[in-house]
Write a protein that binds this ligand. Structure first.
Ligand code: SAM
Length: 248
């Protein structure tokens, strides 16, 4: 019938769209692995251990992209058999969210444990005091106004809620920083060209890492947004750092 035909066409289109998104995600994941030599997986695992969710954790993962942090959260909660937990993935780019949804279906997550919301970190589409945990991994660096992102994080967290950020940072030792800069500026754009066929975005990536405030300056900004007990920890000699804070 006509209806049946439409249906076949629709599912074929969906399949094609999914394919396009998948390729984007694939590029994204391959680049992450290539540039960090796979270490970004360990950083994200460790990040989730530091958050150590328990029963009733309502997490908002901002700039959540294709779900890397959210999926680790759900796995952690499942392993620990924690009850009544939920994660909301928020990202400004709906394509990334679409890829995330497909990945999530493949991983067979309980649909009621995860939701997806398009939105800007600087103007979150959520009510005040809606979550008790907030994460942002490799996302705040891309935002125009870091202070607005922090203000919004503070607003949507409940009193007692925790803020955690995983981001590229400054190396502890200036000589290693120099070597790292040589690697970043000379190798990463080349890898981008070879693997993803694009130079510019990866040059931008390296520059954005260099422009982001160092550990101490970022800590001060978090305090200025009203957070308390602000601390940070360097991973891999300071290539990335984890900042943690509470709304009290
Ligand atoms: N958190 C994920 C991870 O660790 O794999 C994704 C990180 S990815 C490098 C950066 C993400 O930030 C992208 O998905 C991008 O769409 C998102 N992003 C950039 N600016 C944003 C903004 N102002 N608000 C929300 N998301 C944003």
């Amino acid at each position: 019938t006509h209806f049946g035909f439409e249906k076949v066409k629709e599912s074929e289109k969906e399949r094609k769209v999914h394919k396009v998104f998948e390729n984007v995600a694939l590029d994204y994941d391959v680049m992450n692995d290539a540039m960090s030599l796979g270490v970004h997986r360990l950083w994200k695992d460790y990040f989730m251990c530091q958050l150590s969710p328990t029963d009733n954790t309502k997490l908002l993962d901002v700039a959540g992209g294709t779900g890397d942090i959210a999926f680790r959260f759900l796995q952690y909660v499942k392993n620990g058999n924690y009850k009544n937990c939920h994660v909301t993935v928020c990202d400004i780019n709906s394509n990334m969210l679409e890829v995330g949804k497909i990945r999530s279906e493949r991983l067979k997550h309980q649909p009621e444990t995860i939701s997806w919301k398009e939105g800007n970190a600087e103007e979150l589409p959520f009510n005040d005091n809606s979550f008790n945990a907030y994460t942002i991994a490799f996302g705040i660096r891309n935002c125009t106004h870091i202070d607005k992102v922090l203000e919004e994080a503070y607003r949507v967290l409940q009193p007692g809620g925790r803020f955690m950020c995983l981001e590229f940072s400054r190396l502890e030792n200036s000589y290693t920083q120099w070597m790292y800069d040589q690697y970043s500026f000379q190798v990463i754009p080349v890898l981008g060209q070879l693997i993803a066929g694009q130079w510019k975005p990866y040059q931008y990536l390296v520059e954005s890492i260099r422009q982001f405030p160092n550990q101490e300056d970022f800590k001060r900004m978090i305090e200025e947004a009203g957070f308390r007990q602000v601390s940070y920890e360097n991973l891999t000699l300071g290539v990335v750092s984890i900042h943690s804070a509470f709304k009290l």
